[in-house]
Design a protein around this ligand. Structure first.
Ligand SMILES: [Zn+2]
Length: 322
């Protein structure tokens, strides 16, 4: 999702921020399916937004930059071996992504690495492949992109993408690449946001792209339909914290794209506190509705609850996994 806090989605007649709080007057929890059915689906909203959103370029360090504004945050490594993209964004942003990438260098785009299978990171795979990029990803990303997928909490069925969008090179645990004079270390997380998440570390520039295991300053989505779970998110975040120093630049999957260890640590603390709060309520035998009503995220909402994953929606995602 490319939208910044309080950006255009929330100004439309349909407010995504209301999905998570879809309690009726009688206190009956609307199923996500019913809540979404009253509006256009979240996936089309994100695609429509990407069709208009500007692409912001952040020069990070060495030959690495981040592109913000089309689905998940994209990292770009430039150099004589051709550009390396980490994640592909949304197809509707193609011309603006190309313009932004050309402003960095005129190297052709030769490599694309997907951090996981979700559409807001792989929608652009087909056009990037047509530009000349070979696609590399975890074997579970390959598996999910070969067939139709359903994400229950978005109430959305994704058709199987065209073959040109499917990664042609896969790995299972870890992999190291040498490109443009840089070392790229790829590592699979145990199931966290999905079962296909990987981190990409630019060793020389000391930059970590954490994919959607990290949402900077906003509650994260957790995709239980393809293997994600809250404890895995916390474990992946612990691994991220352990892998960085105060000098490391951390690129989150979503949220402000230039982050650091202090912000990542705050995110870890938030995940742990809310997991513990929700687990305690569930152990007391409280239903999902009662748990949401008890507001276990309350002390974090002002900061973290301002994006598409609302406090109620996030509580539901955590409740599912504890
Ligand atoms: Zn994702």
């Amino acid at each position: 999702m490319s939208l910044k806090k309080n950006q255009s989605l929330c100004r439309r007649h349909f407010c995504l921020c209301c999905i998570g709080s879809a309690l009726t007057a009688s206190g009956v929890w609307l199923s996500p399916a019913r809540a979404y059915a009253e509006a256009r689906n979240i996936v089309d909203l994100i695609r429509d937004d990407a069709a208009k959103a500007p692409i912001k370029v952040h020069k990070l360090r060495g030959d690495v930059s981040a592109l913000e504004g089309s689905g998940g945050n994209i990292a770009v490594l430039t150099g004589a071996d051709g550009k390396v993209f980490i994640d592909a964004g949304i197809t509707a942003s193609r011309s603006r992504i190309l313009e932004a990438a050309n402003s960095l260098s005129r190297d052709p785009i030769k490599h694309l690495i997907n951090t996981h299978w979700h559409f807001d990171h792989t929608d652009g795979n087909e056009w990037l492949n047509a530009e000349g990029a070979a696609i590399l990803a975890h074997e579970n990303t390959h598996k999910h992109l070969l067939t139709a997928q359903r994400v229950e909490d978005w109430d959305f069925n994704f058709p199987s993408p065209p073959l040109a969008a499917v990664p042609t090179e896969v790995f299972s645990s870890q992999m190291t690449l040498q490109l443009n004079g840089s070392t790229l270390a790829l590592k699979h997380y145990d199931p966290a946001h999905t079962d296909s998440d990987i981190s990409v570390t630019f060793t020389d520039a000391d930059i970590l792209h954490a994919g959607d295991t990290y949402w900077n300053g906003i509650y994260p989505f957790i995709d239980y339909s393809t293997g994600g779970n809250i404890d895995g998110m916390i474990k992946a975040t612990e691994a991220n914290v352990a892998a960085v120093t105060d000098k490391t630049i951390i690129i989150p999957g979503h949220g402000q794209p230039v982050s650091n260890k202090a912000e990542l640590t705050e995110y870890r603390n938030m995940l742990v506190a809310i997991r513990d709060n929700v687990a305690k309520l569930k152990q007391q035998g409280r239903s999902l509705e009662d748990t949401i009503a008890a507001k276990p995220t309350a002390t974090f909402d002002a900061k973290w609850g301002q994006f598409v994953i609302t406090p109620d929606f996030f509580t539901r995602l955590v409740y599912h996994g504890v």
